[in-house]
Write a protein of this length. Sequence first.
Length: 521
Amino acid sequence: MTVPSLGQWLRQVAADPMRRSAEVVIEDEQTDAVRLDRDADAVASGLLGLGLTPGDRVAVLSPARMASLQSWFGIARAGLVEVPLNPASGTTLLSWCLVSSRARAVICAPELLPMLAEAIPGSAVETVVVLSDPQVPTAALPEGVAVVDFADLLASAPIEMPEVAATETAVILYTSGTTGPPKGVLLSHGANVRLARRTVELMGYTADDRLYSVFPLYHSNARFCSVMAALEAGGRVLLHRRFSASGFWEICRREQVTAFNYQGAMLSILAKQEHRGADRDHRVRVAFGAPCPAEIFAAFEERFGVVLTEIYGSTEASLVCEMPPTARRIGTAGRESGHYQVAIVDEADRAVPAGTPGEIVARPKAPGWIFDGYDGNPAATVDSWRNLWFHTGDRGVMDSDGFVTFLDRVKDTVRRRGENVSTWEVERVLADHPDVAQAAAYGVPSALSEEEVMVAVVRAPGARVDPPALLAHCTGRLTSFAVPRYVRFVDALPLTPSQRIEKYRLREEGVTTDTFDREAS
């Protein structure tokens, strides 16, 4: 099947009698494929009318809303490159992403303008499109930055659109930084469409399905495996901005949901909810994601009557491994999908025997499935592709039947409640505090799933800063889920001879008796 660009793909969906009524609902806003196709034309025309040219970058900074969707497909249709950003970013991360992406324009929710104003200096931003008028605080923006009302873009008359190839970059999704700043993953139009189509194929979605997602539109999960998957199947998708464990199944019942995506601790949290006679009183038949702890897998399916499909992948390489109900080994991420080769290698990139831990590496079996590199970072791109394998940075083990089990992360990052936390970002924010001499951020086990963020801090000479003051310093400067839970003061950090922090020693010590626990306090 020919793979189109995103703009062409949406046009095909809107023209298909079987899919044109596919719906997207974001909170209390609703659209269908035909209206979304029309709105994409208008937004594309408006953006090109601002003087932007194909290949220019346009950042989007907003909680999920209908304008986010209109912007996504309008930017794609115009041949521009979308840079969706986390609206909960602190100014440090936002500034980094704006400068790194070289975005010329930002589409921004009005309530986020003050944060954007602080982050713009030093960037290439020339225009800010505000998602709603009436009395926006435009005076907060730096002098010389033009302000446009998003409503004006939606009112634009359609113009002739540029030709956009499926191989061109559609979006830059920022990963969490590991030992350095976050990296911008370059994903093509074709990679986006392929992921959506494979999700539909893997899950067996049809026009009768009603998908539900609580994940943000700056993640690939909600974008390609929920919104685009529903449109591709001709069904319906509902997006909520927050996950409510207590209200989850009631929402599924009320909205006639048939499928949802999960990640992080979501299934563990749902499994801890009080048993009710109505646990199977819903239409949900399948769920898609990772990870479901092996110890609750069978019990979850039995209790809620939902069939789980586990997958393994990343922003750079999606659906590397799949574990559909027809080929299961619970506790693993399944076997390599039909689109990737997967291997486990040692530090010298030599394949290790079955049952031996090592780094998970992968490579696509056909062009167009994997990312095209890290934006503006050729060294990281080459390093990730050394010896012609994409290095995931994850440790795993493969059994003799080819089932891959994820063990932990080689990369220096923390996985907390479905989100990747950059230890580099946490440490950079802490380092800005005048009373901090050194800081190390790392993950410690969570009672729910995955990890919690912990920091070990060396005070500056004579300083007496306490944990609440440090956490107050982090609030607003870090994404909310990156604010540490645990703070421990130490006299010195363990260092290698080359003066690198030995974080494995800190992890081994874990939460000590002298550690401050933000949640317990």
